[in-house]
Each structure stands twice: as structure tokens, then as C-alpha cells.
Design a protein around this ligand. Structure first.
Ligand SMILES: *Cc1c(COP(=O)(O)O)cnc(C)c1O
Length: 397
């Protein structure tokens, strides 16, 4: 299932619409049919043995793949310049199965500090029970990353941009450290999408995304994807056949449908986030703005080198405490209060009261989550409306 060379030269919007889709389709349908089945039939026992001897290419059972899923995978592989892609039922299914596939007892992982809460939990609690050790280093401290590597280190893992602070990793340095020590590099690129950043082109070994976010783009499906060389992805596919975190055919269809407008949505979300970040930057009631599109962002130059746009999440700190941030969130009328990000609807949340709710202020500070922090995921709304709405809420707060 490698990507056609001609497809690779096409632009991201053309790829998003066409890649993976052959014609004619069953029934001469223009849209991709949803092959909503759990299993696949064999005409006779000869066909069964042809399948097992790999003389023919076909599906066997839903946990091992589905034609609708395959089309979404080829599309995603084309967008991310990957040899192969593998879909899962959620981003966390992609993350956990990938890590299980590349790690064994006694192995060691180096991870950067600002990351999705459940990824941290999987590394520090679940994998720990299987005798896998984890070192956490500050995102952007390459000496610390290099020094953390041990003879048993197998994986270097980071998000870029990171959640929720939008820190941007220098992918060239990250890959260089990985190669020097023969350690696999993995980037969770959920915040960027392949429209804004393609880490495999920098030599990263594996990229993963929560497709629940921008790739699906409409807050109506859960899915995850891992992308990389055919060889690496194949190893993960074999484990998925056992662990079973597969995507449903209908979710795969919704993902294909969502992906068609990926470039349009991300262009708008990049622009909306930039406008919102510039509005917030220097606002009397705002303490700090974390957005890589601002010249004041510490990794702005790196982001400009390796990204087409800076994404749709703006994180900012209001002046004051937890309740000051709550007043700003509750005072907005356009963004809905919800976990998640990346869809056409704008969403807003306080990480301290969402992902990190059960921790104390001190425990949250230890993992870098400030009480006055707000994460705003812009949708495709008109930016003037988002700014007016937030301005009114800040004025009242
Ligand atoms: C949401 C998210 C995940 C987990 O994805 P699910 O689809 O919710 O399982 C992983 N990494 C990042 C950066 C995310 O934002």
C-alpha cells in the first residue's frame, strides 16, 4: 500500500480530495462506499488457501483491515509523505499499540515534558508495570535529551507543537540525536496536521495523530493513525491484529469525508488562531500568549522553518487566578466548553479544570499546568466574531 510517486508531487488539497480513491467504485458511486461488515466471505477453500499463501490480495476479517479503512490510510499516507499508514479506533489506541510494538521489558523511553495527559499516564504508570523506564526532559533542551539516553533507550518521543503550550521541537536536532544513538524517533503531530508540518520528511521514524482532532475535523468521530516506513508500520499492524484497537468502517468513512476539506479548514484555522493570538498579545488582562505564529514565541524561527502554518490552538494565561480564567471562559458565547480540539466548532477550556482536574494546584504546577491557563481551539468561525466575543468576555472578567 505504498503511495504512488505522482500523488506525492501533488498539493495537499488535491491529495486530500483524491489520494487513495480509485475509479470506478462499486455501483459507479462517486463517494467512497462504507463497507460496513465484520467479516469477508471466501468463494471456496481454494480461495482461502490462495489468501493465506498470499497469491491474492483481499480482506479476511474486520480486525485485520477493511476496504474503507484502507482508502483513508492511503489518503493519510499521501498527505504525510509516508510509505504506509495504519488507522486505529482512537489516538490513544495508536499511541499505546505503537509503543507496545517497539518496546520490550527492560527498555527505556525519553519523552519531552509538555504532552497529552494520557500519553504521560501510559508511559509512567502502565509501561512502568511492564519494566519499561521513562525519562522526561524539558521540550527544547537537546542536551538534556541527549544526556538522558541510555544503552537501553529504544524510543525518543515528543509532541510538536506540544499540548497545551505550543512548544515547537527542532525536528532536525531531534532526528540527529535519535540517529546518533540508534534510537527510534516518534512525533505526535496531532496539533500540526500534515498540512502544516510533515515530520517524516525530516527523517522522523514514526508520526502519529489523533485523527479525532483536525483530520476528522468535525468533532463527530474518534480515530488515530500511525505513519512511517512500510516495515515499521507492518510490525505495528501485526500487533494491532492481536490487540484489536481497530477503526470502525463508518468512522473511516467520516474521516475520508472530513479529510477532503483538510486544507481549507486548516488555512482558516491557522488564520483565525493568528488573529486571536495577535489580539491577545499585549492585552491588558492577559499575562502571556503561547502561539508559535507570534514573533515573541521562543521557537518562532524553528516553527517558520519547518511549518506551513502554526495551527489552530492558542493557549494564553490571564492575569489573576483560576477563577479569573473561569470568568473569561464562562463569559465567551461562541466557543463551547469541551475537551478536544481541531474541529470546525471553536472550543475553550481551562486545562487545570479539564485534563488535570483531580490534581492540586501544586501538583499541576509540577507538571507545568498553570491555573490561569486557557486553551482556545479555534474553529472555522469568522475571526472578527471570535475576537469580539473574547474581547467582551475579557472586558467583563
Ligand atoms: C487527543 C490527543 C491524543 C489522544 O487522541 P484520542 O483520539 O482522543 O484517543 C493524543 N495526543 C494528542 C496531542 C491529542 O491532542
Amino acid at each position: 500500500m505504498t503511495t504512488d510517486k505522482d500523488e506525492k508531487r501533488r498539493g495537499p488539497s488535491t491529495l486530500a480530495v483524491h489520494a487513495g480513491e480509485s475509479h470506478p467504485k462499486p455501483g459507479n458511486s462517486l463517494a467512497t462506499p462504507i463497507i460496513q461488515t465484520a467479516t469477508f466471505t471466501f468463494a471456496n477453500t481454494q480461495e482461502l488457501s490462495d489468501h493465506f499463501e498470499r497469491r491474492i490480495e483481499r480482506e479476511e476479517y474486520g480486525r485485520y483491515g477493511n476496504p474503507t479503512q484502507r482508502i483513508a490510510e492511503v489518503k493519510l499516507a499521501a498527505l504525510d509523505s509516508a510509505e504506509d499508514a495504519l488507522l486505529f479506533g482512537s489516538g490513544m489506541a495508536a499511541m499505546t499499540t505503537t509503543l507496545f510494538a517497539v518496546l520490550s521489558r527492560g527498555a527505556h523511553v525519553v519523552v519531552t515534558d509538555d504532552s497529552y495527559r494520557r500519553t504521560r499516564q501510559f508511559l509512567n504508570q502502565v509501561l512502568h508495570r511492564f519494566g519499561i523506564e521513562v525519562s522526561t526532559v524539558p521540550a527544547g533542551d537537546y542536551d538534556a535529551m541527549n544526556d538522558a539516553i541510555r544503552p537501553t533507550t529504544r524510543v525518543l518521543l515528543s509532541e510538536s507543537p506540544t499540548n497545551p503550550y505550543n512548544r515547537v521541537l527542532d525536528l532536525e536536532r531531534f532526528v540527529e540525536i535519535g540517529r546518533r544513538h540508534r534510537v527510534k524517533t516518534i512525533i505526535d503531530a496531532t496539533f500540526a496536521t500534515p498540512y502544516n508540518q510533515r515530520p517524516l520528511e525530516f527523517g522522523v521514524d514514526l508520526v502519529m495523530h489523533s485523527a479525532t482532532k483536525y483530520l476528522g475535523g468535525h468533532n463527530d468521530l474518534l480515530a488515530g493513525v500511525v505513519l512511517g516506513s512500510a516495515d515499521l508500520v507492518d510490525g505495528i499492524r501485526s500487533l494491532q491484529a492481536v490487540t484489536g484497537g481497530v477503526v470502525d468502517p463508518f468512522a473511516a468513512y467520516l474521516l475520508i469525508r472530513g479529510l477532503k476539506t483538510l486544507a481549507l479548514r486548516i488555512e482558516r484555522q491557522n488564520a483565525n488562531a493568528q488573529a486571536l493570538a495577535e489580539f491577545l498579545d499585549g492585552h491588558a488582562k492577559v499575562e502571556a500568549v503561547h502561539y508559535a505564529g507570534l514573533a515573541s514565541h521562543p521557537q518562532h524561527d524553528i516553527a517558520r522553518r519547518q511549518m506551513r502554518g502554526f495551527g489552530g490552538v492558542v493557549s494564553f494565561e490571564v492575569k489573576g487566578d483560576l477563577s479569573a480564567a473561569t470568568r473569561v471562559v464562562d463569559g465567551c458565547t461562541i466557543p463551547q466548553i469541551a475537551p478536544s480540539l481541531g474541529g470546525v466548532e471553536s472550543l475553550i477550556e481551562q486545562p487545570a479544570l479539564m485534563s488535570f482536574y483531580e490534581l492540586t494546584t501544586e501538583e499541576r504546577l509540577q507538571v507545568g499546568i498553570k491555573d490561569n491557563l486557557i486553551r482556545y481551539s479555534v474553529g472555522i468561525d469568522d475571526s472578527a466574531d471570535l475576537i469580539d466575543d473574547l474581547a467582551a468576555s475579557l472586558a467583563k472578567a
